[in-house]
Write a protein that binds this ligand. Structure first.
Ligand SMILES: Cc1ncc(COP(=O)(O)O)c(C=O)c1O
Length: 381
């Protein structure tokens, strides 16, 4: 995708807020290298820049809560999941009946596909987008319709409306979108909801909500709700809260829809360790702020490095970046793998783009070192 040098510099120059003094947590926690290297499955060291996790880990308070959970392991998690639902309801000023917990938000996406998709129904998703809901719906024999993102990498909501009919059971809007890190303007979603047939449900996936810097074109549908029973919003503890391995997510919906979703989720699918960690993670607002700030700095540094190499990346509102690699992503993924760095898989039709999850500064320095090892590439401008 060609881009002029001027446009590129404007894009990268925008919002060039550079690192001020870091918030209170010890620098060593953020700067260290060895702790951030996970063992790869084959046993070799791998820097994981592939799964959109929080490289800085969970808050110390969440870790302490998990340590305290072990003696309750003989009990079912009723009290702890009850507390977590209460805590989430309080956070968002909602009724507890509106909160559904899942074993990751992925479980809720699957439950939504089962509840509102199924044989004879249509499920509409984007291309490219996070695929879990579409895949689950496909397994349940729904007809899957994929509508390409717009040229700004937003959901093409007019395109979605054009494909919507009485058989449409569920529409998936990932905002910000994975893998493009782009946002769909709030006003466009509101207009879309006005025009949408009453029979179609809409799931808005806000997995990366915390990483969106304040901007007029974005507002969470949990923080600024619309009075619309068709809307389900999902969030996860896998991103900013640093708890991907503990598997906790939730949905916010009308009480009736919440009951429908819960019926499709595993009973007690959220375990005691996850529930206790999630409550502590929500309480540790200072840590969330620190991670958001860190991510903003890491993201800016990524764009600085890309800019210095005249590389084009899609403006990111998340903890990952989709960057033009100017050659097939499969080759680039392989090059990084050989050098001990795992980046995201290719995401057709963006075959020449790579998705890079932001790691700690030392990990990103290694990413760029490995990038620079690749044979010189053709410039697009
Ligand atoms: C957009 C989006 N939604 C949901 C998920 C699932 O997250 P989890 O099941 O860990 O909550 C992911 C994970 O990558 C994601 O990118």
């Amino acid at each position: 995708m060609p881009i002029s040098r001027r446009k590129l510099l404007c894009q990268f120059g925008a919002g060039a807020v550079m690192t001020a003094a870091l918030p209170s947590l010890a620098e060593s926690r953020f700067g260290e290298f060895p702790r951030s290297i996970a063992e790869g499955r084959s046993g070799g060291p791998v820097i994981l820049l592939s799964r959109n996790e929080n490289a800085y880990g969970p808050s110390e308070k969440a870790i302490a809560a998990m340590r305290g959970a072990e003696h309750s392991a003989n009990r079912y998690p009723k009290a702890q999941t009850g507390d977590l639902r209460d805590r989430i309801a309080k956070l968002h000023a909602l009724e507890v009946e509106q909160i559904v917990l899942g074993c990751g938000s992925g479980e809720i996406l699957t439950a939504a596909a089962a509840a509102f998709g199924g044989r004879g129904k249509k499920v509409i998703t984007a291309l490219p987008t996070f695929e879990q809901l579409g895949r689950a719906a496909q397994i349940d024999d729904a007809e899957i319709i994929t509508v390409p993102l717009s040229k700004n990498y937003a959901h093409d909501l007019d395109g979605v409306l054009a494909r919507t009919d009485a058989a449409t059971g569920l529409i998936y809007i990932c905002n910000p979108n994975n893998p493009t890190a782009s946002i769909t303007p709030r006003r466009d979603i509101e207009d879309f909801l006005q025009k949408l047939p009453r029979t179609a449900m809409v799931l808005i996936d806000e997995a990366y909500h915390h990483y969106v810097a304040p901007t007029a074109s974005y507002a969470s549908f949990i923080d600024q709700p619309v009075n619309d029973d068709r809307v389900i919003i999902t969030r996860t503890f896998s991103t900013v809260y640093g708890l991907a391995g503990i598997r906790v997510g939730y949905a916010v919906a009308s009480p009736e829809t919440a009951r429908t979703l819960s019926a499709r989720c595993l009973p007690d699918g959220t375990n005691i360790v996850g529930a206790l960690a999630a409550v502590s993670a929500l309480d540790d607002t200072a840590y969330i702020r620190t991670c958001v700030k860190r991510n903003a700095d890491d993201r800016q540094e990524f764009f600085n490095q890309a800019n210095a190499r005249m590389l084009r990346a899609i403006d990111s509102h998340t903890n990952f970046v989709m960057m033009s690699a100017q050659r097939p992503a499969t080759e680039v993924v392989e090059h990084f793998k050989k050098n001990g760095v795992e980046i995201g898989r290719p995401f057709p039709p963006l075959d020449n783009y790579i998705r890079v999850t932001l790691g700690k500064p030392a990990e990103m320095a290694e990413f760029w070192r490995v990038w620079d090892l690749a044979p010189a590439h053709k410039m697009e401008m």
